[in-house]
Structures are given as structure tokens and as C-alpha cells.
Design a protein around this ligand. Structure first.
Ligand code: 5GP
Ligand code: MN
Length: 372
């Protein structure tokens, strides 16, 4: 489906970027390809835009030279190593364990650009810090808005000054692409590479959320801009460690339960099990999709236990939901597991034991899974 950016909003965003001296770009916890891609594409766009401006300013004389700008990208926690090659990734700061460096940047920012999330809760403890700074905020996102137990797509009560919110977009990277093009700014190879990464990962390499012709027109432009699409696929999807491959095997062989009458699969992995395979961020990326390859399985849920962190006495259970076709899982994720997301791909969490999470899952699935 097409998403057309409002030209007034594009102008507003341009004016905010033009005025800002200390920009902080942020994206959601457990950053995925779309989060990394959209944040880094915005980073390159903003940096290139300033570089261009300073060239024209130089030509106009020293009085017109803009002040030195500081642009930071901060992600709430570690991103998978298979994004380590992305252009600009070396300057990304990880908030978790690094608050001493990040907090002053957040406190002194005069503009935030937030990509791939629409609720400050999605960036964890960083969200409170960001919201304590009343400076302008630009939001670029493609999730349906969740407010409490209600699903809504309206923009009321937004915390952002300019909102580019398109639940129909394939990815946040698609929206960033449109923003840059609408700004008549060149999508160079670096920007194109970041954007392609988000398009590719958020559509499962063009399996879902990818029926619109416009999307392939964008892909064509990105390839024209120098994207090496096969190399990006290889860098993201073909980089398993042996431990990671064995962990996936163990999860599918020993830890997958099927609820045949509900066409539902559940995989759980405890912190101890993850330790056995030296789990690292991103190692179970894609695992939740695998049970959907079984002919009769239409819903898949994956629960991963995280050990308690200082200040949180209980373990955190991260829960991923996936489904096929007209079988939304975001209401389930939202109402039972404090999360949300897209109709066919959602997430949530529970502070407690894995057993408690499974009990809650078993108590509620009949209500949220279609009886067919
Ligand atoms: P994943 O299972 O890959 O972590 O997340 C799947 C989708 O659900 C992603 O699009 C993600 O943005 C969304 N999602 C995951 N966790 C949450 C959450 O806690 N709250 C909301 N609103 N969305 C989430
Ligand atoms: Mn996304």
C-alpha cells in the first residue's frame, strides 16, 4: 500500500532539523534490521544535509556558516553482531551499561528523531530520560498505536511534534526513504544500504508486508543507488555461529509444543538453556517464524527468559507472537503481555517465571486464537 507523506509535515521536520544543534536519533529495544536501518539512514541523511548546507554557507561567506552540529545515534540495548557491518554502525551508542555517556547527550539534545517505535516505553529506561527533555521530537514509525488495552490508529495525545506514522508501510525504512526523497535529497549508497536492510528484514526478505508495487519501485531505486542486495542478505542471514545453529536445533527438537486443535506452536527457552549455547543478542532472531512452516500451524509463540537485572528482582520473559493471514495476534500481546505490534508480528513481556508465562498463555490462547 502506498503511503504519502504530508508535505507540511515534511517541511516541519526539515525546519526542526535545520534549527537543531544537538540531534539524538533513537530506536527501539532489541534493535532489528528496520530499527538499525532507519536510525542509521536518518543519521546519514542529517549529516549529509548539514555537510551540504555548510558548503553553500562557505560560498556565502563566514557569517553564514552554521554552528558545529552534534548528531548521535543511541540504541537502548545491544544489537545483534550481524548488523556490525552497517554503514555508520561504529558510532552507534548502546544505552544499557553506558548511561554515563548517553545521559548528557539525551539531556542536552535539542531534537530527537525516533524511528520504528511510537511509545516511549519501547526504549526502556531511556524513554523517561528522553521525555524529561521537552525539546521537539520527530517520530517515524509503522506500528499501530496501542494505548492501554485499546487499539487505535488515531494521533491523539502524541508525544511527538511531527509524526510520520504509517501502519500500512512495510517498514520504518520505507517511510525514511520517502522522507528523504520528498526533501529532494539524494539517496546515496550508504543511505540506500541502510534502507534496504530494513525493507529486507521487516518483510522477511519480501515474504510479507510486501505486496505493493511501490515497494519494488523503491527497491529498484536502491539498487540503482548502489545497493548490493545479495551481499546484504548474506551479511544478515548467513552469519550463524555453530552455537546459534545448535540452539535453533535444540529449540525445535526439544522445546516446541504443538497445540494441534488450535493450530498453535509454543517454544520456550530458559536462561539456563540459553547459557548452554552461549546465547548472544539476535541468536534466536527468526526462530518464532519457523513453526509456521508446519502445514497446520498458523500461530507461533516464542518465550525467552532473561535473568533478573539489578533493580528488577524477577526474570523478564520476552514473548514473540507470529501468525498467518487474517489472524491478528497484537490484541493478545497487548491485553495479556503488555505489548503490541503488527497484526501478524507482535511482542510483549512478563516479569515472573517462565512457568507463569506458559500458564498465562495456556489460560488465554482460546480467547485470542481463531476457532477454525
Ligand atoms: P519481535 O517478536 O520481533 O520482538 O517483535 C515483533 C513485532 O512486535 C515488532 O514489530 C515489534 O516492534 C513489536 N513489538 C515487540 N515487542 C513489543 C512491545 O513490547 N510493545 C509493542 N507495542 N510492540 C512490540
Ligand atoms: Mn519495523
Amino acid at each position: 500500500m502506498a503511503c504519502t507523506l504530508d508535505s507540511k509535515q515534511v517541511e516541519q521536520a526539515q525546519a526542526l532539523i535545520e534549527k537543531a544543534l544537538r540531534i539524538v536519533i533513537v530506536t527501539h529495544m532489541a534493535p532489528d534490521g528496520d530499527a538499525m536501518g532507519s536510525a542509521l539512514a536518518v543519521y546519514h541523511y542529517v549529516m549529509d544535509r548539514f555537510a551540504e548546507r555548510s558548503k553553500t554557507a562557505d560560498a556565502e561567506g563566514p557569517q553564514a556558516a552554521p554552528a558545529v552540529r552534534e548528531v548521535s545515534v543511541i540504541v537502548p540495548n545491544a544489537f545483534p553482531a550481524f548488523f556490525n557491518w552497517m554503514p555508520g554502525v561504529e558510532q552507534v551508542k548502546v544505552y544499557e551499561g553506558n548511561a554515563r555517556v548517553c545521559d548528557p547527550l539525551i539531556e542536552q539534545a535539542d531534537l530527537f528523531i525516533c524511528t520504528d517505535f511510537n511509545d516511549p516505553k519501547r526504549i526502556g529506561p531511556m524513554g523517561e530520560k528522553m521525555m524529561a527533555n521537552t525539546c521537539p521530537k520527530i517520530m517515524i514509525d509503522h506500528h499501530i498505536k496501542m494505548s492501554g488495552e485499546r487499539l487505535s490508529v488515531s494521533g491523539e495525545g502524541s508525544w511527538a511534534n511531527v509524526e510520520f506514522s504509517f501502519p500500512e508501510a512495510s517498514s520504518s525504512c520505507e517511510i525514511v526513504y520517502r522522507l528523504i526523497v520528498d526533501d529532494r535529497f539524494a539517496v546515496n549508497t550508504q543511505i540506500a544500504t541502510c534502507i534496504y536492510t530494513g525493507l529486507m528484514t521487516d518483510t522477511g526478505n519480501f515474504q510479507y508486508n510486501s505486496t505493493s508495487c511501490e515497494l519494488y519501485e523503491i527497491v529498484a531505486e536502491l539498487v540503482r543507488a548502489g545497493v548490493r542486495k545479495d551481499a546484504i542478505y548474506d551479511a544478515v542471514f548467513n552469519q550463524y555461529s555453530t552455537d546459534r545453529m545448535r540452539l535453533i536445533g535444540y529449540a525445535l527438537y526439544r522445546k516446541m509444543r504443538i497445540y494441534p486443535e488450535h493450530h498453535l506452536a509454543l517454544i520456550t527457552l530458559s536462561a539456563d538453556e540459553l547459557d548452554q549455547y552461549h546465547y548472544k543478542a539476535g541468536d534466536t532472531e527468526g526462530l518464532v517464524n519457523m513453526p509456521l512452516q508446519i502445514a497446520d500451524v498458523r500461530y507461533s509463540v516464542y518465550m525467552r527468559e532473561e535473568r533478573p537485572k539489578p533493580g528488577t528482582p524477577k526474570p523478564r520473559i520476552r514473548i514473540s507472537f507470529r501468525s498467518q493471514g487474517d489472524r491478528p495476534v497484537n490484541v493478545w500481546a497487548n491485553e495479556v503481555f503488555h505489548g503490541g505490534g503488527h497484526a501478524n508480528a507482535s511482542g510483549g513481556e512478563l516479569f515472573g517465571s517462565l512457568n507463569q508465562a506458559v500458564a498465562l498463555f495456556e489460560k488465554t490462547y482460546a480467547k485470542y486464537v481463531k476457532n477454525e
